[in-house]
Design a protein around this ligand. Structure first.
Ligand code: NDP
Ligand code: OAA
Length: 272
């Protein structure tokens, strides 16, 4: 049975830990770390099989696990991915936006090669990546339209330099249009899905992102519009937000759990 370490005990990390604890995933969660000791302790309290809370991320990376799940932040990926790979652990990354920084992407690719390790990127809060991967050589235009309640967008770096106040948005408003490359920097906790779309498709400069703030929605909606010589498709998901973090969709957690089940299982693999 795979031994797993967890970096980040928030909305996604906690649900993954509970899924392992319940036996839904055939793995053993042995070590966890989070900036917030309180989050780590609260999680341990909920688990029957208690993992060790490490004092720092270095000790998590060096712990005797086969794999580390990152469910923390893009900064965590930037700061810790090299050490995790050097310690010869496979990694599942949720804060995928960090990989649009070329230097971090290179660290990941080189680390996988040098240490013979694997990095997994679950499909997260979007659907349709199977189609994007299949048509990527014939894809000419791809746009992600993401709609969230302003409350879920609040706190993003974008608002530090914009004159839009998320508290004052009274109707559905397009607040951002640009490249996926820029979007993941300006909305690091909201649009990691744009990085997944870029990596599966035509890259982060050509992948376009539109972000809509809608005070009347209680969903996190992602619509992918793709067009090329293959034809065109659009695919839309209206996600229920996670109760403990409105920025994060329930589907992101479920996709991570399913990805981990596939990694830890031995049986039938369905789909791309
Ligand atoms: N790929 C996808 O489709 C999706 C990706 N995500 C991303 O997944 C990640 C986890 O999401 P979620 O669980 O909702 O986030 P939460 O904010 O609920 O939990 C993250 C936890 O990790 C902690 N943390 C942040 N940075 C570090 C670090 N460098 N070292 C240790 N702990 C850290 C946070 O502590 P503190 O609060 O003190 O900073 C917090 O306790 C986020 O980056 C999010 O943007 C989310 C949804 C979809
Ligand atoms: O969960 C979502 O809807 C998307 C999200 O936050 C992200 O991609 O960072």
């Amino acid at each position: 049975m795979k031994r797993v370490g967890l970096l980040g005990c928030g909305a996604i990390g906690s649900e993954i830990a509970l899924a392992i604890d319940s036996g839904k995933i055939s793995a053993k969660l042995t070590h966890i770390y989070d900036f917030s000791k309180e989050n780590s302790k609260n999680l341990v309290d909920k688990l029957q099989n208690k993992p060790i809370i490490t004092e720092n991320v270095g000790l998590l990376a060096a712990s005797p696990v086969d794999m580390i799940i990152e469910a923390a932040s893009q900064d965590a990926v930037r700061d810790d991915i090299l050490s995790i790979l050097q310690n010869r652990k496979d990694v599942m990354i949720m804060s995928v936006g960090a990989l649009l920084d070329e230097s971090i992407f290179d660290i990941v690719i080189d680390g996988c090669r040098d240490f013979n390790k694997r990095v997994y990127l679950p499909s997260g809060a979007i659907i349709g990546l199977d189609g994007i991967r299949a048509v990527k050589d014939e894809l000419e235009l791809v746009t992600l339209v993401t709609t969230k309640n302003p409350k879920a967008l609040k706190g993003a770096k974008f608002f530090e330099t914009s004159n839009i106040d998320p508290d004052k948005i009274t109707q559905s408003t397009v607040i951002y249009e640009g490249s996926a490359q820029e979007a993941v920097r300006l909305f690091p906790a909201n649009i990691n899905v744009a990085a997944l779309l870029s990596l599966a498709g035509i890259g982060s400069e050509k992948t376009r992102v539109k972000i809509v703030a809608d005070p009347h929605t209680d969903k996190n909606t992602h619509e992918i519009q793709a067009e090329g010589t293959f034809g065109k498709f659009s695919v839309k998901v209206e996600n229920v937000p996670s109760p403990s973090n409105p920025k994060t969709s329930r589907l992101a957690t479920l996709a991570a759990i399913e990805c981990l089940r596939k990694i830890c299982g031995t049986s039938l693999n369905i789909g791309t």
